[in-house]
Design a protein around this ligand. Structure first.
Ligand code: DWN
Length: 411
């Protein structure tokens, strides 16, 4: 079976009227961090480009890399960032306003290391995680979060109903964009969720991605980039409606949607407002997407010239944070160890590894103070406030931060 397959029809509406608007070249998988002993081995690269469906307006990748290649041993954990934990606590608080959590049954799709379910468990809910990454499920189970190692779809939903019963709440944060068969996802949610239940999802919002030049959040794990217009078409096909829509800061700008079984004749005011905003920003046609594409090439030239100027003046630059998005940026902007001596990151999993493609070494954050470089390029720009706060001493000693997105800024 080939390791990547070309998309010929839209995953929501099956239309073949697909328009390509941004090509980020052939790139390694974004969380494909390498051990030193594997640096000499061939690294597989896959086309990374985006399509716009002219029928339902879904933005999606041109190619689907095999999930087992990307998710078997997964290096991303959400618990590396306070902002993410605050976000989870807000989500659970909001859920508790709708469904009394005590004694309810909450299932998290893409539960990762169990970080979100710990908040549900703290409010006396019965919890179950579902995640295909054995390495992360092990962490969750050790932390007391029961977890099934599997992908969630209509088949595995049957298994969970048989073994655990139907759920009061189903959550899916930063995972729906990773799922190819969205119809099987929703058929599974329909089977697993009680009729009185709610389904809460969060994903990066296309409105923010385009407005804030967040091209580096486009990577092989994210098969879809949602605006509400195509999302509504998808969920209404399964009898759901959006009970609440809230834009949130996480990951550079996401949206949290709370769904319930459809009971109203019309869409809510906030959904209508956001869809009008999408239309005003041009997300429902191709021009805005072509303009976005042009902006990314300008951004590339700007960042490369800032970095070249610093290097020509003998300055030392390192990376701050080794996120998946940082690997997209360094590979597409062709920024390697000729520019960044190394990257510091808070995720223990990543220490001692090298980034995919550019093979930039990753060290614990403590290295920043020991080594005292001149500049830190904030690759995890979505957490720049937290990262800058954490590295106050680096700044006090004359260190400066380069924030690359939405435009190049030095602070
Ligand atoms: O969908 C996904 C997105 C939303 O998150 C996942 N498939 C993969 C993941 O992408 P990412 O790796 O870009 O996620 P983060 O959470 O933006 O990565 C942040 C990185 O920055 C982590 O490696 C941790 C690191 N970090 C750090 O070194 N110091 C983070 C903070 C807050 C810090 O202070």
């Amino acid at each position: 079976m080939s390791s990547a397959k070309k998309v010929n029809s839209c995953r929501i509406c099956r239309s073949k009227k697909l328009f390509q608007f941004l090509d980020l070249g052939r790139q390694p998988i974004p969380n494909g961090f390498l051990r030193k002993e594997n640096l000499y081995k061939k690294e597989f690269r896959y086309k990374l480009a985006t399509l716009f469906c002219k029928n339902c307006r879904l933005v999606q990748l041109t190619h689907i890399v095999r999930p087992d290649i990307m998710f078997k041993n997964y290096a991303y954990i959400p618990s590396g960032a306070k902002m993410m934990m605050n976000n989870f606590s807000n989500l659970v608080y909001a859920a508790n306003q709708r469904v009394k959590l005590s004694k309810s049954f909450c299932v998290d799709i893409g539960s990762n290391d169990g970080s979100l379910l710990k908040f549900f468990k703290a409010l006396d809910a019965k919890v179950l995680g579902i995640d295909p990454a054995q390495n992360l499920a092990d962490v969750a189970i050790k932390a007391g979060i029961p977890t099934e190692v599997m992908m969630f779809d209509e088949k595995t939903a049957d298994k969970i109903v048989k073994s655990h019963g139907r759920a009061d709440i189903i959550t899916a944060t930063n995972v729906v964009a990773h799922i190819n068969n969205l119809h099987s996802l929703f058929k599974g949610i329909l089977k697993l969720l009680k009729d009185t239940g709610i389904f809460i999802t969060e994903f990066p919002y296309l409105l923010d991605l385009i407005a804030k030049n967040q091209f580096d959040t486009i990577y092989h794990e994210h098969l879809s980039y949602f605006s509400l217009k195509p999302w509504l078409k998808l969920i209404e096909g399964y009898g759901f409606e959006i009970a609440e829509a809230q834009r949130i800061q996480i990951h550079g700008g996401s949206i949290r949607l709370t769904h319930r079984k459809k009971r109203l004749k019309r869409i809510s005011r906030v959904v209508k407002y956001l869809m009008d905003l999408e239309a005003k920003q041009g997300l429902h046609d191709t021009q805005a997407l072509e303009d976005f594409s042009k902006r990314i090439f300008t951004l590339r030239d700007e960042l490369r010239s800032v970095l070249k100027n610093l290097k020509d003046r003998g300055k030392r630059v390192v990376g701050l944070g080794a996120p998946a998005k940082g690997n997209v940026l360094t590979n597409f902007f062709n920024i390697g160890t000729e520019t960044l001596d190394y990257i510091v990151d808070s995720t223990v999993f990543k220490h001692g590894l090298f980034t995919p493609g550019k093979h930039i070494p990753i060290f614990p954050e403590e290295k920043l103070l020991e080594d005292k470089p001149d500049y830190g390029l904030c690759l995890a720009w979505n957490f720049s406030d937290e990262i800058i706060r954490k590295h106050r001493v680096f700044q006090k000693k004359g260190g400066k931060f380069i924030i690359p997105i939405p435009e190049v800024r030095i602070i």
